[in-house]
Design a protein around this ligand. Structure first.
Ligand SMILES: NC(=O)c1ccc[n+]([C@@H]2O[C@H](COP(=O)([O-])OP(=O)(O)OC[C@H]3O[C@@H](n4cnc5c(N)ncnc54)[C@H](OP(=O)(O)O)[C@@H]3O)[C@@H](O)[C@H]2O)c1
Length: 269
C-alpha cells in the first residue's frame, strides 16, 4: 500500500477516525488530527506518538469554515486528507428528527465535509505532483446509508447521499488537476455512533477493519469504495423495493417510528 506521510483527519477523537489515525501512525508520518473532545483526542494522539508518528492535535469544530480553512492552509502541505467527522440523529433511528437535529446533521455531514475538502483541494492543487502525477488524495467518509431507503434516519441518509454524489462527481475534474477524491461508503461499523442502535446490524465490521479497507481503496485510486459486500448488495437491492414494503421491513426489524405510526404510515406509495 502507498505510504501516506502528511495526513489530516477530522473526527479523529473516536471510532473510525481514531482507527484511521492509529493505522497511519508510524515513524515518518505527520498526523494533523482534529476533534472536539479534548480528552479523547489527546488519547488518540498519544497512541499515535507511541507508534512513532509526529502528531499535531487541534480542537476544532468542522462547522467553523474559517477555522477549518486556517488549520488546513497552516499545515503547509498534505498527502492525504480524511474528511471523516460526522453525526447521526442518535441510536434507535427515531425517524422523526427535531429541527435542531436536521440542521445539525446537514451542518456537520455536508457543510462540515465541504469545510474540510474545499480548502484541502485548494492546497493540494498548488502542491508539486509526485512521480505518478498525484498532488494529493482526499477520502470523504460517506456511508452505504447514501443508497439505503431513508427511513428512520432521513437527514443522515440525505446528507450522505449529497456528499457521496458531490465527491464522486467532483473526482473526475479533480483528477485532471492531480488530486484523487474517494467517497468512502461503509456499512455498519462498531463505534460509539452505532453502539446504542437497537436493531440488527448485518455485516458489522470493526473500526480497524473499516480503516484498512478505506485506505486500500484510496491507495488504489478508487472514486467510490463500498463495503462490506453483503451489506452493499442488500442496500443496492433495496432500491428496487417499494417504499411501503421498506417501511414494513424496517418496522419489523425494530425501526420504531414506523410501528408507532404517523410519520410514514400516512404516505401513499
Ligand atoms: N459507525 C458506522 O456504522 C458508520 C457507517 C457509515 C459511515 N459512518 C461515518 O463514519 C464517520 C465516523 O463515524 P464513527 O462511526 O466513527 O462515529 P463516532 O465514533 O461517533 O465519531 C464521530 C467523530 O466525528 C467527530 N465530530 C462530530 N461532529 C463534529 C464536529 N461538528 N466537529 C468536529 N468533529 C466532529 C467526533 O468528534 P468529538 O467526539 O470529539 O466531538 C468524533 O471524532 C461519520 O462520518 C459517520 O457518519 C459511520
Amino acid at each position: 500500500m502507498l505510504a501516506f506521510r502528511r495526513v489530516l483527519i477530522t473526527g479523529a477523537s473516536s471510532g473510525i477516525g481514531a482507527a484511521l489515525a492509529r493505522t497511519l501512525a508510524k515513524p515518518g508520518a505527520v498526523l494533523h488530527l482534529s476533534g472536539r473532545d479534548r480528552g479523547r483526542l489527546s488519547a488518540v494522539a498519544e497512541a499515535c506518538r507511541v507508534a512513532g508518528a509526529e502528531v499535531a492535535p487541534a480542537m476544532l469544530d468542522v462547522r467553523d469554515a474559517a477555522a477549518m480553512a486556517q488549520w488546513i492552509a497552516g499545515t503547509g502541505g498534505l498527502d492525504l486528507v480524511l474528511a471523516n467527522a460526522g453525526v447521526s440523529a442518535g441510536g434507535g433511528a427515531a425517524g422523526w428528527e427535531t429541527a435542531a437535529q436536521v440542521r445539525g446533521i446537514f451542518a456537520t455531514n455536508l457543510t462540515g465535509v465541504l469545510n474540510t475538502v474545499l480548502p484541502a483541494l485548494a492546497l493540494m492543487i498548488e502542491q508539486p505532483p509526485d512521480g505518478r502525477g498525484v498532488r494529493g488524495r482526499i477520502g470523504v467518509v460517506a456511508s452505504l446509508a447514501a443508497f439505503a431507503p431513508p427511513i428512520g434516519a432521513p437527514s443522515y441518509c440525505a446528507s450522505k447521499s449529497a456528499i457521496d454524489t458531490w465527491t464522486v462527481g467532483t473526482a473526475w475534474a479533480a483528477r485532471r488537476r492531480g488530486v484523487y477524491l474517494t467517497s468512502l461508503c461503509p456499512g455498519f461499523i462498531a463505534t460509539p455512533m452505532t453502539a446504542s442502535n437497537p436493531f440488527p446490524m448485518p455485516g458489522m465490521l470493526s473500526a480497524d477493519q473499516a480503516a484498512t479497507l478505506m485506505l486500500r481503496g484510496i491507495a488504489r485510486g478508487k472514486r467510490r469504495v463500498l463495503f462490506p459486500r453483503s451489506t452493499r448488495i442488500l442496500t443496492q437491492l433495496s432500491r428496487f423495493v417499494p417504499h411501503s414494503l421498506s417501511v414494513a421491513i424496517m418496522t419489523r426489524i425494530g425501526i420504531k417510528v414506523a410501528a408507532e405510526g404517523g410519520v410514514f404510515g400516512e404516505e401513499a406509495d
